[in-house]
Design a protein around this ligand. Structure first.
Ligand code: MLT
Length: 410
């Protein structure tokens, strides 16, 4: 007789964004002529940068010639990309990271979700609340979350509330946490941690012998100078923090798939025998066993993001999205609704008016003005009463969505 992993039974039936897609599809089926504008899932709409497309074509041609064809590549990523990442994303900021601390992958969702494979089941996990659901759901799958209460909170997870009341800055936990997930600029709230605030977390992790899993997928959207681009800008972070990066939002790779994870060689955690084991070694073992590397053509495409033309082109695309973010934020505020984020991140987080629940707001927005967003409660109990809009639509869609919202009788 075969047995399943019972942790999958206690997990909600569908992943948040699949549930939203299902609801929107059902609405479209009943209202086939409705022009629905999707500002829900953070999926990009602008095409790839021309420099990236050229690199892809060249790499495809190489794959079509016996002399330049490539089969399995290094599971950790090709040297050309690991070197480029190190010099551009880290050395240029005065951060010392070596290429063998970079693991190229198919994206930050996979890496943040998979990283738990190398961590013990009894670790106490802390997450900001609201939070990107992958961190929580994958810990439920691993059996680290315990049981869920009526608010949706899991009893073995330490929640760090981030609401308008604390300006979305999480307080240090009042009980010990072994593993802390931080995502900055933040998904879903679009808010940031300033250097001195992030330093408190690095200091906490050093004092408590904890590990920070730092998701910097939205780093390219930072516009303010006092917001760190990498956790390694903070002194001491190399001893306690793993950093996840993604080309998805930075360079429109949501359909191409590429990201990377930084695992500094000096970071260790305890074995059951109280030996300190380097996480770089374990992550390498995990990746070489379960992952055969990111496609060569995709890695060449990622390398092209760092070329002078690539940088110029992705900056224009990011500016386009951030213009949408401004339109959304201003439009929401004009309606007298409190809005957050949208300055260093492509997400606008709004407080639903008149105590409407997140899902009620979702239903009304969809039914009354045909605009899709993401209910805040889908990101955690402290997301209740909030709602997320993404700036990743086209300018035309975003403008039209905001015109509809402006005329909406709430
Ligand atoms: C989101 O909408 O939160 C993101 O698209 C999710 C992701 O990057 O996986």
């Amino acid at each position: 007789m075969a047995f399943i992993n019972d942790n999958f039974i206690i997990l909600s039936e569908t992943y948040l964004f699949s549930e939203i897609a299902r609801k929107v599809a059902a609405y479209k089926e009943h209202n086939p002529s409705a022009n629905v504008i999707r500002l829900g899932i953070g999926d990009v709409t602008r095409p790839l940068a021309p420099a990236v497309v050229t690199a892809l074509h060249q790499a495809v041609d190489e794959m079509g010639q016996a002399s330049t064809f490539r089969g399995y590549g290094p599971e950790q990523g090709y040297d050309f990309l690991r070197q480029t990442i190190v010099s551009h994303d880290f050395e240029a900021r005065g951060i010392s990271i070596s290429p063998d601390e970079i693991f190229v992958s198919d994206g930050a969702k996979s890496d943040t979700g998979n990283f738990g494979d190398i961590l013990g089941k009894d670790n106490i996990i802390a997450v900001t609340d609201p939070v990107y659901p992958v961190y929580v759901d994958t810990n439920v799958m691993a059996g680290r979350a315990g049981m869920q209460d009526a608010s949706g909170a899991w009893n073995n997870i330490v929640y760090l509330p981030c609401t308008a009341e604390n300006q979305f800055v999480p307080s240090l936990p009042d009980k010990h946490a072994d593993i802390i997930y931080l995502c900055y600029p933040n998904n879903p709230t679009g808010t940031t941690l300033k250097r001195d605030e992030l330093k408190k977390w690095v200091d906490y992790a050093r004092e408590q012998d904890s590990i920070i899993l730092f998701d910097a997928a939205y780093e390219a959207f930072i516009s303010e100078p006092d917001v760190p681009h990498s956790i390694y800008e903070i002194e001491g972070a190399r001893d306690v923090a793993i950093e996840f990066r993604s080309f998805s939002k930075t360079a429109g790779f949501t359909g191409l798939r590429c990201g990377y994870t930084v695992v500094p060689k000096n970071i260790t955690a305890h074995s059951k025998n109280h030996e300190r084991i380097p996480l770089n070694r374990l992550w390498n073992r995990r990746q070489t066993t379960k992952f055969n590397g990111t496609a060569y053509i995709v890695q060449r495409a990622a390398e092209a993001v760092y070329s002078a033309e690539g940088q110029q082109q992705i900056k224009e695309t990011i500016a386009h999205y951030m213009h949408n973010a401004t339109l959304i934020r201003e439009g929401i505020e004009k309606k007298g609704i409190a809005a957050f984020g949208g300055v260093n991140a492509p997400y606008i987080w709004l407080k639903t008016p008149d105590n409407i629940s997140s899902w009620q707001f979702f239903d009304r927005l969809l039914n009354e003005v045909n605009v899709v967003g993401t209910p805040g409660v889908g990101f955690g109990p402290h997301g209740e009463g909030y709602f997320r809009l993404t700036a990743f639509g086209s300018l035309q869609q975003t403008t039209e969505a905001m015109q509809r919202i402006a005329g909406w009788k709430l």
